[in-house]
Design a binder for this molecule. Structure first.
Ligand code: C2E
Ligand code: CA
Ligand code: CA
Length: 254
């Protein structure tokens, strides 16, 4: 169910009263099948509408100018979690293009420093469908984050009209190929996958494939030499206190 009419107060209250749940989905090395990190995905446990996935309300949070508040809360929670872990694995956090401004990037860096979290443990996943007119500001923000040691991933890669332009103009560490390409049987998708993979190799950036649900999807990811995979085949998003341990995926595929 789409909820379109929640207020800013409702979302602020959701944060304050623990209605937002953080889940972690494992990211797996496609050579060893070890868990090498996680992606943080938000759920809203709404008192009236039940459990609502993020894609049904993140856009509204962006429109209501609440996204930075929300992202700061999430980064603080993840930083606390990482600082309390004995052997922490990197965690990827989704970031809205609207948040990629110099003042807000400074805030992200300040939160991580406050919690004393090594910046290499954080990847920010930025959706690839960016508005071209914001490129300069976004490029400056990306450079600042990368200088700090934070990794940048281009999410939903291959779905926008500007994939190649984005890749050429923004300096990123990895592309995350959209699940629609990995899951498609269409010959054109195979061609696009191979082209993207060649380009990524050429400019020396990592490839992550999301939406791997079965062996067919897994084989497609392996065929294009993707380093990392993510999807229900390896593990679904689980509550942050019960993430899949590093050895679990390896056991399944050994
Ligand atoms: P995304 O970043 O592309 O996240 C991947 C989505 O695919 C997640 O949906 C995940 O649960 C789902 N997924 C993972 N593996 C599989 C699979 O094998 N098969 C299928 N069919 N789906 C799979 P989710 O959790 O509903 O998140 C949807 C979108 O909401 C995310 O897409 C992301 O764009 C956004 N989102 C989630 N959390 C946040 C957040 O904290 N901040 C921001 N800005 N956006 C967020
Ligand atoms: Ca993502
Ligand atoms: Ca994605």
């Amino acid at each position: 169910m789409m909820i379109r009419n929640f207020t800013s107060q409702e979302l602020r209250l959701a944060i304050l009263t623990n209605q937002l749940a953080i889940t972690l989905q494992p990211k797996v090395c496609l050579k060893t099948f070890q868990v090498i990190g996680y992606e943080a995905l938000l759920r809203w446990n709404h008192p009236r509408y039940g459990l609502i996935p993020a894609n049904q309300w993140i856009r509204i949070a962006e429109e209501r100018k609440l996204i930075n508040h929300l992202t700061s809360w999430l980064i603080s929670q993840i930083a606390t979690f990482l600082s309390q872990s004995d052997s922490p694995l990197p965690i990827a956090i989704n970031i809205s293009p609207a948040s990629m401004t110099i003042p807000y990037v400074n805030q992200i860096i300040a939160i991580l420093r406050y919690h004393k979290v090594p910046s290499h443990l954080i990847t920010l996943e930025l959706t690839e469908s960016l508005k071209v007119e914001n490129y300069n500001i976004i490029a400056g923000s990306i450079n600042m984050l990368r200088r700090e040691g934070i990794r940048i991933s281009l999410d939903d890669f291959g779905t926008g009209y500007n994939s190649l332009k984005t890749l050429v103009e923004l300096e990123v560490d990895e592309i995350k190929i959209d699940k629609s390409l990995i899951q498609s049987d269409h010959p054109n998708s195979t061609l696009i996958l191979a082209t993207l993979a060649n380009l990524a190799k050429e400019i020396n950036i990592d490839i992550v494939c999301e939406g791997i649900e079965n062996n067919t999807h897994l084989n497609r990811a392996i065929k294009i030499n993707a380093q990392v995979g993510q999807g229900y085949l390896f593990g679904k998003p689980e509550p942050i206190n019960h993430p899949l341990p590093a050895s679990a995926a390896a056991k399944q595929f050994a």
